[in-house]
Design a protein around this ligand. Structure first.
Ligand SMILES: [Zn+2]
Length: 148
């Protein structure tokens, strides 16, 4: 019996592997240019209300706009990952600022304006023993202190 199972995403439909790389899935309005992440669940633009949304890939690179390092697990059951962890806002080249986790192996070197790239990390293992992944942003390699 094979006990190895593939990881599943924390939430479906946030990212994909396309053209050999990881990308977030967003919408851009063809009428007004507004960009959305995650994708809109309804078919119209929240800015101009036209039904001209097109699916686009976002990232994989971005820049940290702000972040916090969280030292104690939040109350409730919505976060089951390890602590401490970092959560922040990342500006993407497509002109949108999104919220997300920052890779936990780099908490000591994170900085505002640091260039990052999209990745995934296992956040926890479910009760059914399936690894649950989330998208995260990790520093570009040239930002590592120990590699300079
Ligand atoms: Zn629009």
């Amino acid at each position: 019996m094979d006990n190895i199972r593939n990881a599943r995403p924390l939430e479906e439909g946030l990212w994909t592997v396309a053209d050999g790389g990881l990308s977030l899935l967003g919408h851009r309005c063809a009428s007004c240019g507004e960009v959305f992440f995650p994708r809109r669940k309804c078919s119209h633009c929240a800015h101009c209300f036209r039904r001209t949304l097109e699916e686009i890939y976002l990232g994989p690179k971005g820049k940290i706009a702000s972040f916090s390092v969280v030292m104690i697990a939040p109350a409730g059951d919505f976060y089951r990952g390890p602590v401490p962890y970092a959560y922040g806002c990342v500006d993407l080249p497509e002109g949108i600022r999104i919220k997300g986790l920052l890779a936990r192996d780099y908490l000591d070197i994170l900085a505002v304006a640091m260039e990052v790239r999209l990745s995934t990390e296992v956040l926890y293992v479910s009760d059914e023993e399936i690894p649950v992944e989330a998208f995260v942003f990790k520093p570009l390699k040239e930002n590592r202190k120990d590699e300079q």
